[in-house]
Ligand binder design. Sequence first.
Ligand SMILES: *[C@@H]1O[C@H](CO)[C@@H](O)[C@H](O)[C@H]1NC(C)=O
Ligand SMILES: *[C@@H]1O[C@H](CO)[C@@H](O)[C@H](O)[C@H]1NC(C)=O
Ligand SMILES: *[C@@H]1O[C@H](CO)[C@@H](O)[C@H](O)[C@H]1NC(C)=O
Ligand SMILES: *[C@@H]1O[C@H](CO)[C@@H](O)[C@H](O)[C@H]1NC(C)=O
Ligand SMILES: *[C@@H]1O[C@H](CO)[C@@H](O)[C@H](O)[C@H]1NC(C)=O
Length: 208
Amino acid sequence: MRAPGRPALRPLLLPPLLLVAAAPWGLAVPCVSGGLPKPANITFLSINMKNVLQWNRPEDLQGVKVTYTVQYFIYGQKKWLNKSECRNISRTYCDLSAETSDYEHQYYAKVKAIWGTECSKWAESGRFYPFLETQIGPPEVALTLGDKSISVVLTAPEKWKRNPEDIPISMQQIYSNLKYNVSVSNTKSNRTVSLQWNGAYIHVLLCS
Ligand SMILES: *[C@@H]1O[C@H](CO)[C@@H](O)[C@H](O)[C@H]1NC(C)=O
Ligand SMILES: *[C@@H]1O[C@H](CO)[C@@H](O)[C@H](O)[C@H]1NC(C)=O
Ligand SMILES: *[C@@H]1O[C@H](CO)[C@@H](O)[C@H](O)[C@H]1NC(C)=O
Ligand SMILES: *[C@@H]1O[C@H](CO)[C@@H](O)[C@H](O)[C@H]1NC(C)=O
Ligand SMILES: *[C@@H]1O[C@H](CO)[C@@H](O)[C@H](O)[C@H]1NC(C)=O
């Protein structure tokens, strides 16, 4: 199969043309579009702004060694951009955290499957808006026991960062109205009390 409008290349001309096209970038993956089924279920898995694009291999290609190439798009800009670390990869995920790190922007991504000289059409994700879609991971919980009380100190998780030495940013700084749902169970009476709290410090009085 060929994309509409693509001129038919005479077989004898094909290898030299591909060499010319591949040489300047070194990494270009030449393939004829449309011959393979597309990757399925393309979604962003986003936790604390670590944004990883995931997909399933095309259903009809179990057992075939396909590879994948990923591009992404910043909403409002004009062109698809290459993610060089995710070109011709055999894994079915691609970390786009750095490319999508402005969490108030919106993004798209797309993936195509490649096998030999054939590739699938692009399969596109839905629009991804990190600010609304990222999941907030669990906080850190520290307990201090008093005489008849427990102090609970909650620390919101850190946002994803590009380099380990970057200054940490708490998810609390991004979502200032972040609330915690704290449950306290008494194993003796088997009673559980849940409360919602928007501070990071709770003092629980113990009654027997
Ligand atoms: C992405 O890579 C392809 C070749 O793999 C190249 O033709 C295209 O120009 C690149 N796009 C951008 C925006 O750099
Ligand atoms: C893509 O990856 C496959 C498998 O790893 C390899 O055989 C092929 O040569 C690669 N193609 C290009 C253009 O890098
Ligand atoms: C896509 O996801 C659905 C639900 O998780 C699953 O049933 C289906 O098999 C997936 N498709 C492929 C091609 O893996
Ligand atoms: C808080 O946690 C408790 C126990 O896990 C649960 O029953 C309750 O529905 C949660 N409340 C909210 C608002 O999520
Ligand atoms: C405590 O409550 C749980 C669920 O509500 C119940 O399964 C369990 O048997 C209870 N244990 C005691 C000691 O009452």
